[in-house]
Design a protein around this ligand. Structure first.
Ligand code: FRU
Length: 494
């Protein structure tokens, strides 16, 4: 049964989506209209990959959360499906918050999400109650269960918060279902709880997989938990982080914990903690395993801190990153765009050993839809260059640049002149691992974004841009002699 609220969202989409087509990015997922945040339910279903997202179709601001829906076979071309969930039941009347999806053994598709119910207290304060609810369907239409909520306060460990209990990520393994859920414990900071179930409907609490202990932010949102390259990985997005060096910026951040899973305590034994993405716009990623065994991650290519800023004329807000293939190497998380992107590569232009000292452009190197690799080396062994800058999305007024300084081993991404109408955070700096002033930058650009992958994916930094499409010049600049290799592909699709 499609509720009135869901029907209204679907009718709204049908009516207005045709008008926004020309203003959308080419290969990054958006809601098409209105607001989106976190990716949800990113998982295979019947040979395709489905992606849902936090969605408010009626405005470019956050509102009562629905789930929007797209699917793909190749992570690049996405088919838009009608909205999947609306906040239309008593237990989710204030929002269908983030969650996951899984294919059930009988072929049905189950969505597990957080139902939010707000209650106003006598003192006027609003309290949010969060439980985990399910809807089952056929890949287009979903029916909420009469059993809902299926995971509620009664399953929480002692001290667990009923107000911050959200974002279940569900998966199936060895004929059992598991879910990790963000929660807040007695010390006020985040924990990630593990639950298990035989039938995906009746759940048991297992353990605290990892706890924040007020060290990396406060509440931990949107967990994902998987094994990769012999390690166990937990991704989570903390709120209210304090900055730690150049590794973690303040505010809403992302954290990747890598270690091993203790089978007796069901606890993650940490070996490394790092940021997932070092750019300005990244939050709440989710992963899936592809049919050929790759671990692929997609994130919300926005951040709460900067999410109010968009040009007035746009009728959509929020986009996802490119799906990225993950690996763990040398104890660190590596990420590169899915290899399927290569099928969109058009004309290739290649330069080797270009000496730069000052600023230069290279014939044929420009554009706003591109996949480009720039390899930087010192041009003079005895005199290390002071800095190197790559300018993109450039014209007389606009530019975005990536600057690398060998002396400090840092990269700075600066999008101050990139079309934003507000004075939001526009600069981010992070430490890279580059001995001898040698570094590889790969950038992928779509209409409103730049995703940077450093040194074969050892670090990624994502940011959105609203620079006019006509600003498409690229230049290379340095203080001191630098040798460059540049390989650029235009990205094209039908
Ligand atoms: C993270 C988040 C989630 C929540 C959702 C609400 O960005 O705050 O914890 O489920 O957004 O839209």
């Amino acid at each position: 049964m499609i509720s009135k609220k869901l029907q209204r969202a679907r009718d709204f989409e049908k009516k207005y989506l045709p008008y926004t087509k020309d203003e959308l990015p080419k290969f990054h997922v958006t809601g098409g209209i209105g607001w989106i945040n976190d990716p949800n339910g990113f998982a295979p279903y019947k040979g395709e990959y489905h992606l849902f997202f936090q969605y408010y179709p009626y405005d470019t601001r956050w509102g009562p959360m629905h789930w929007g829906h797209v699917k793909t076979k190749d992570f690049i071309h996405w088919e838009r499906l009608p909205a999947a969930l609306a906040p239309d039941s008593d237990y989710d009347k204030d929002g269908c918050f983030s969650g996951g999806a899984v294919e059930l053994p009988d072929g049905r598709h189950m969505l597990l999400y957080t139902g939010v119910r707000n209650v106003r207290r006598r003192n006027g304060k609003m309290e949010s109650f969060q439980t985990q609810c399910a809807a089952i369907g056929d890949g287009v239409d979903y029916e909420k269960l009469s059993l809902n909520p299926i995971i509620d306060a009664s399953l929480l460990p002692e001290g667990g918060s009923v107000h911050d209990f959200r974002d279940p990520k569900i998966w199936r393994e060895n004929d059992k279902f598991y879910t990790v859920i963000g929660n807040r414990c007695a010390d006020g900071s985040g924990t990630i709880l593990l639950f298990e179930s035989e039938d995906a409907l009746h759940w048991r609490y297992v353990s605290v997989v990892a706890a924040c202990h007020n060290q990396f932010g406060r509440m931990w949102e949107c967990p994902d938990f998987f094994r990769l390259d012999g390690k166990t990985v937990l991704l989570t997005s903390p709120q209210e982080m304090a900055a730690i060096g150049l590794e973690f910026h303040p505010g809403n951040g992302t954290v990747c914990l890598i270690g091993s899973f203790d089978q007796s305590t069901h606890h993650l034994m940490r070996e490394n903690v790092q940021a997932i993405d070092y750019g300005l716009d990244f939050y709440a990623p989710q992963t899936l395993e592809t049919s050929d065994g790759r671990r692929v991650m997609i994130g919300w290519m926005q951040n709460w801190e900067t999410s109010g800023s968009l040009p007035q004329e746009l009728r959509f807000f929020g986009q996802m990153t490119l799906p990225r293939e993950l690996h763990v190497k040398n104890g660190r998380l590596y990420q590169l765009p899915v290899r399927e992107l290569e099928a969109c590569r058009g004309v290739r232009i290649d330069y080797r050993n270009v000496m730069v000292n000052g600023e230069t452009t290279l014939r044929g190197i420009g554009g706003r839809y591109l996949d480009m690799r720039v390899t930087v080396r010192p041009g003079n062994e005895n005199n290390m260059y002071k800095w190197f800058r790559l300018y993109v999305a450039k014209d007389g007024e606009n530019y975005t640049y990536i600057r690398y300084k060998p002396e400090t081993g840092t990269i700075k991404v600066d999008r101050t002149h990139s079309g934003f109408p507000h004075d939001i955070v526009n600069v981010r700096e992070f430490q890279v691992n580059t001995p001898n002033g040698e570094l590889e930058l790969r950038i992928v650009m779509d209409r409103y974004s730049l995703e940077l992958f450093v040194n074969g994916g050892e670090q990624a930094a994502s940011c959105t841009l609203y620079t006019p499409e006509s600003a498409d010049a690229i230049s290379f600049a340095s203080d001191g002699m630098v040798l460059l290799d540049v390989e650029k592909y235009d990205l094209v699709w039908e």
